[in-house]
Write a protein of this length. Structure first.
Length: 115
């Protein structure tokens, strides 16, 4: 059973930063990629950033200037550094992992940015 556990969400003011963590229950190299999605109220879930097993990163165009995805291989953890946060970044942020066996999701962590 694969488990993804997110942490690091919270309430911040516009312009501040947050770092989200996703702890994966097995080697992150066993997945094609691990990434972050977000879902704001009344909107569809959207891609934020992913990192492949080879280390290639991909971002939503509108976020690449402010967000950075990284990983700690030894701890099977993927991070999302979010800088210069805006109220429109308010959403539930989900960790996602994809392998040949299927897709896996975390329970989500709430990020709220006040103006």
């Amino acid at each position: 059973q694969v488990q993804l556990v997110e942490s690091g969400g919270g309430l911040v003011q516009a312009g501040e930063s947050l770092r989200l963590s996703c702890a994966v229950s097995r080697s992150i190299f066993s997945f094609n990629f691990v990434g972050w999605y977000r879902q704001a109220p009344g909107k569809q879930r959207e891609l934020v950033a992913v990192i492949t097993s080879g280390g290639t990163t991909n971002y939503a165009d509108s976020l690449k200037a402010r967000f950075t995805i990284s990983r700690n291989n030894a701890e099977n953890t993927v991070f999302l550094q979010m800088n210069s946060l805006k109220p429109e970044d308010t959403a539930v942020y989900y960790c996602h992992a994809k392998s040949n066996a299927g897709d896996y999701w975390g329970q989500g962590t709430q990020v709220t940015v006040s103006s």
